[in-house]
Design a protein around this ligand. Structure first.
Ligand SMILES: [Zn+2]
Length: 225
């Protein structure tokens, strides 16, 4: 009888240990199937982070600037092959407090007026070099008509027909792209474009376009400025 109780005890222990392992695997570790970037993991874990430092680039997650939930979200099928640089063509801003209103109004414009699923860009950068998560890594954007399924869209906040991109913003975008390659969201030999290279538009503005140099099929990012 004692032996039977021992066996039952062991079985119970094993069962609870098994449940614990299952819970750990499903809730506390990143899943390959839904990797969209670090911000998503922090959101799921209910972390209250001001910013995430990865490869020396600070990313303000979308929940921190109060982004509305996307209507839907489509994953890129492979690491992005191309990066498209945009400007918002609006006033520039700096920091979370000042840029939040800009980010919210861009998201409203994109979702309500243009009927996009979410803010169009994957990331946005202010003039101090703070990077804001838009759709984030590994997500199909709505920024360059006909080219959204293999690209990453990065918007500099401001109108660069008049503004000049700051060294801080250029450096942050460079680091963002390097971290994208190291996380395999970006192809290691990605191409870099200004929006005007792929569509009939003045975007990303004359001064920013001058700072964007194409380095086709090369394993480095060059943003002069
Ligand atoms: Zn553009």
């Amino acid at each position: 009888m004692k032996d039977i109780l021992k066996v039952l005890n062991c079985l119970f222990c094993f069962f609870f240990f098994f449940l614990f392992v299952c819970f750990f695997l499903t809730h506390l570790t990143p899943r390959q199937s839904d990797i969209f970037g670090l911000c998503d993991h922090f959101q799921r874990a209910n972390f209250l982070q001001v910013s995430i430092n990865f490869s020396s680039v600070n990313i303000v997650c979308r929940q921190q600037w109060g982004a509305a939930a996307p209507k839907q979200k489509e994953a890129l099928k492979a690491p992005a092959q191309r990066v498209v640089i945009h400007h918002t063509a609006l006033q520039n801003c700096k920091g979370l407090v000042e840029c939040t209103e800009h980010l919210l109004s861009i998201q409203r414009l994109h979702m309500d007026k243009r009927q996009f699923d979410d803010i169009g860009y994957n990331f946005l950068v202010d003039r101090e070099g703070t990077v804001f998560e838009g759709r984030g890594w590994g997500v199909v954007g709505a920024h360059t008509k006909g080219h959204n399924h293999d690209t990453l869209g990065v918007a500099f906040m401001g109108n660069f027909n008049n503004d000049t991109p700051t060294k801080e913003a250029l450096q942050s975008v460079k680091q963002l792209l390097v971290s994208g390659v190291s996380q395999r969201f970006l192809h290691s030999q990605f191409d870099l474009f200004g929006h005007r290279d792929l569509g009939d538009t003045a975007c990303p503005g004359e001064n920013l376009y001058k700072a964007v140099k194409h380095r086709r099929k090369q394993n480095k990012v060059v943003l002069n400025g």
